[in-house]
Design a protein around this ligand. Structure first.
Ligand SMILES: *Cc1c(COP(=O)(O)O)cnc(C)c1O
Length: 400
């Protein structure tokens, strides 16, 4: 009875639930996994059926390909299980999961609050299309408190966006406090929970709409782009689903199937990568070339107390700020010298990555200067000793 097992949120461990959630496939010929149902046309037995299925398309009544099918439903159930929500809308990329709820909750003449540390393309839609559509955005310091948000709220503020920790700079936000200030003035709280995954339960902390780039740890193999928008009330689900539907968003069934496959092993991968990430972060923190580490799970992180209060663990993505004396060319040479770290965007796969931060992020409400040249590391599933040895030979390329 996998569907019943999956409902016992609190009594079963995360890895157990990731093995059993969304296993509708077990009811079809006994196969463990659901089939990939590809399709545009869904044939109906008669015209009355055609009329009623079209009306119920947001309620798992198959009427047309874009309304989704069994492969989508299985993944939606798994994502709800991960985030503790009730309904989920799947879209083709993590970025679409950012933009759809923004467009769903905001209209011309309204106002949005966004953390300065927001994922870059999220900033781009705020300063681009949203501005063009007459929606104003104020960027705020991500470490803001409840009174700070309250002071920034206007009568027309309809969305308070959050992302914790922030992209590249890893500030942990006081999401419950921000949510209190937002809800007191009738705004919705959106959160990009890609870093937290299951280690931050958005709906227990006041979030209305939770965004995940499934591209990252859920997919886990750097072979799929996918996003999810999870809600906890029927009203929010319908608001998001209607906007996604109007804009023609869709998630390919093959990609959903890959994400389902990734989700089955995510608990184990994540635990391993969390430990390796902390090991590498601690090792780097003790190195003389390093000024500071931007990892919420380390006691040295400015919001470590908030992290401990609200998160049950970390993933393996963090920042390294080098001593100010190093030039861009020297840090580039360090990154280029690494044999086991790829140079590329995205994260959450099985392979380690290193990416320059400095020069690639925009901040307007806070300082872009982190005190030295910064690099973002993603720690994969390699043996951690090999990764440290690689970093050690890379650091040896830096001038004394
Ligand atoms: C990668 C990422 C996204 C977007 O995901 P894509 O699938 O690459 O579009 C959104 N938010 C955060 C925090 C990300 O890191």
């Amino acid at each position: 009875m996998p569907d019943d097992i999956a409902k016992k949120h609190d009594s079963l461990g995360f890895a157990t639930r990731m093995s059993h959630a969304g296993r509708a496939g077990t009811h079809v010929h006994g196969f463990v996994n659901p089939a990939v149902h590809r399709g545009s046309t869904v044939l109906q037995p008669n015209c009355e059926s055609r009329r009623s299925t079209a009306k119920d398309r947001f309620n798992r009544v198959m009427s047309y390909g874009t309304a989704g099918g069994p492969t989508h439903y299985a993944l939606e159930d798994v994502i709800c299980e991960i985030e503790g929500g009730t309904r989920c809308v799947l879209v083709g990329t993590g970025l679409a999961a950012v933009t759809v709820p923004l467009m769903a909750y905001l209209k011309a003449g309204e106002h949005c609050l966004m953390p300065d540390s927001v994922y870059g393309p999220g900033r781009n839609i705020a300063t681009g299309l949203m501005t063009a559509f007459g929606i104003e955005t104020t960027f705020y310091d991500p470490t803001i408190d409840e009174a700070g948000i309250a002071a920034l709220m206007r009568p027309n503020t309809k969305v308070v966006y959050t992302e914790s920790p922030g992209s590249h700079t890893f500030e942990v936000q006081d999401v419950p406090a921000i949510a209190r200030a937002a809800h007191a003035r009738g705004a919705k709280v959106l959160m990009d929970n890609t870093w937290g995954i299951h280690n931050f339960m958005p709906f227990k902390h006041g979030v209305d709409v939770s965004i995940q780039a499934l591209t990252k740890y859920v997919g886990g193999h750097s072979d799929v782009l996918l996003g999810s928008i999870t809600t906890n009330t029927e009203e929010d689900y319908l608001t998001v689903r209607t906007a996604a539907s109007q804009m023609g968003h869709f998630a390919a069934p093959d990609d959903c199937w890959l994400a389902l496959r990734g989700a089955r092993t995510m608990a184990v991968r994540l635990k391993h990568q969390e430990q390796s990430g902390l090991t590498v972060a601690r090792w780097l923190e003790a190195r003389p070339e390093v000024q500071r580490i931007l990892h919420p799970g380390l006691p040295s992180h400015p919001q470590h107390a908030l992290f401990k209060r609200d998160f049950t663990g970390s993933c393996s993505l963090f920042g390294v700020v080098f001593q100010r004396r190093y030039t861009e060319a020297e840090i580039y040479a360090f990154i280029d010298s690494l044999a086991l770290f790829g140079i590329g965007a995205s994260w959450g796969g099985y392979e380690s990555l290193a990416l320059p931060t400095t020069g690639f992020v925009t901040r307007t409400a806070t300082s872009e200067d982190l005190g030295g040249f910064a690099v973002r590391l993603h720690i994969g599933l390699e043996d951690v000793g090999d990764l440290i040895a690689d970093l050690e030979q890379g650091l040896a390329t830096l001038p004394a």
